[in-house]
Design a binder for this molecule. Structure first.
Ligand code: SAH
Length: 345
């Protein structure tokens, strides 16, 4: 089965794609438009630390890459960044880091302080796999959302890449769901040994997990990793997967990711065109950005994320969309039981 040949008929059934048939995109655009109109939500991404206990084969900041200059933002640096973002109108902040660069206590303290000062923002964490009780502490501290990609649905490939079991990661996602986090996951497109069947299974797993947010992006080989010489799959695969995901998960928030913008100058626009509805300007203090290179040639590392906002707004306009400064809670999350209570928690 060839994923670039997948299409969706007028009843929504997925079938093999006929050359020149763009119906998968039309369907995804129709769905995206009917739910979000032309609006694109913003998230301020703060890459808090590149310290990581893991040695994932694909990742530029893996533990054993000793060329990386390691850093860890202080609580004050994080708070100052959030303050600046808030002043610019951002209502969602994503705190991302390598695994266990902060203790749970440190993270709770940071989250609590942000929550106290900015009661109306959404706080998203993306700090890797933890125990359910640790996730509970973070939830109680005031975190609303959690992002953790499963990376690939192929158990064997997952073990090879991360020296761990996919089941553990999935269990983590289920714990987050139980604890009433808005849950995001996703995968890389074009990992070595990945087949088109894997990609379809990846999308199916997102559906089965009932994700509130789905983040995908092209795998980009990094020279300082064991996968440095792997082949790069063209951006089109990521774009087509975006459309498929929008069809499978109409109400999920789907970001147009920086990796897509890195692989192709208009990668993010293409993802938005294909059904994505979120952009994540990188508001990490500029001096640290060059040290958070998960993959090479990452865009926007020499300017502040706030300069990026103007650029993003123009990019979005080029595809007839418009930036929204709303908090942008996932409709899929709001539609779940006790939605109204949840929305204001
Ligand atoms: N420690 C957190 C954050 C990981 S970094 C966690 O475990 O969830 C965020 C994402 O970057 C990863 O989940 C992975 O999908 C992506 N990534 C890492 N290396 C990459 C590469 N070489 N190319 C593209 N994406 C990559």
């Amino acid at each position: 089965m060839n994923i670039s040949n997948i299409s969706v008929d007028k009843n929504g059934a997925i079938s093999l794609y006929k050359k020149g048939d763009d119906s998968i995109f039309k369907k995804a655009q129709e769905i995206c438009n009917s739910i979000y109109g032309n609006k694109v939500f913003l998230r301020g991404l703060i890459e808090c630390s590149n310290i990581c206990i893991n040695d994932c084969l694909y990742c530029g900041i893996r533990k054993s890459n000793n060329k990386v200059v390691r850093y860890k933002l202080t609580k004050e640096e994080i708070l100052n960044t959030v303050k600046k973002g808030y002043e610019y109108g951002l209502k969602t902040f994503v705190l991302q880091s390598g695994e266990f660069s902060y203790s749970v206590k440190e993270l709770c303290d940071i989250v609590e302080t942000i929550r106290d000062k900015y009661y109306d923002v959404a706080i998203t964490l993306s700090c890797g796999l933890m125990s359910k009780s640790q996730y509970r502490e973070l939830k109680n501290a005031g975190a609303n959302r959690y992002l953790m990609r499963f990376e690939t649905s192929d158990e064997k490939l997952y073990r090879y890449l991360r020296n761990d079991s996919l089941k553990r990661r999935i269990k983590g996602l289920m714990d987050l769901n139980d604890l009433d986090f808005e849950v995001g996951s996703g995968f890389m497109v074009g990992l070595p040994e990945e087949t088109e069947e894997t990609r379809i299974n990846n999308a199916t797993l997102c559906y089965e997990l009932g994700l509130d947010m789905v983040g995908i992006g092209p795998f980009i080989p990094h020279k300082e990793t064991p996968l440095g010489d792997c082949l790069q799959l063209p951006i089109d695969f990521t774009i087509r997967m975006t459309a498929l995901l929008r069809i499978l998960l109409p109400y999920a928030n789907i970001p147009a990711t920086t990796a897509a913008g890195t692989l192709s100058p208009t990668g993010r626009e293409k993802m938005l065109w294909a059904g994505a509805n979120v952009l994540m300007p990188n508001i990490t203090p500029t001096q640290y950005k060059k040290n958070y290179l998960l993959y090479p040639d990452k865009i926007c590392i020499d300017e502040s994320g706030f300069e990026c906002l103007g650029c993003l707004s123009n990019r979005v306009k080029s595809i007839d969309k418009e930036i929204s400064f709303k908090r942008g809670d996932s409709y899929s999350f709001l539609l779940k039981e006790k939605s109204v209570v949840k929305a204001y928690n």
